[in-house]
Design a protein around this ligand. Sequence first.
Ligand SMILES: C[S@@+](CC[C@H](N)C(=O)[O-])C[C@H]1O[C@@H](n2cnc3c(N)ncnc32)[C@H](O)[C@@H]1O
Length: 93
Amino acid sequence: MKQRRDQIFYMCKVNNNFIIDATFRGNDCRFFNHSCRPNCRLENWQVNGKTRLGVFSLQGIRVGEPLTYNYRYMRDSISLALCIPFFRDVHSH
Ligand SMILES: C[S@@+](CC[C@H](N)C(=O)[O-])C[C@H]1O[C@@H](n2cnc3c(N)ncnc32)[C@H](O)[C@@H]1O
């Protein structure tokens, strides 16, 4: 993927041993964008020994408003991932 220089990245790192790759297939969660001031949060649960991810809203969300959570890591922009204050308003949706 790095070699193809894909601009849109659909990887979600659950932990050091588990990465979900939704590049070619996935549910609607693959379309959540990053924000330093997100309207949702991602939770990692262990249910009957299996890892489950859940996305929960943090506030009321209007129809048409982009759904976001804090990726904490993004391949293509360290500043966006770390939510450095100077860049925060520039990059956040
Ligand atoms: C999991 S996808 C999110 C859905 C994607 N926006 C789409 O239209 O399919 C992650 C990619 O979306 C883009 N993206 C996500 N959040 C962004 C943001 N706050 N600002 C700019 N691009 C963002 C980046 O290209 C990133 O690699």
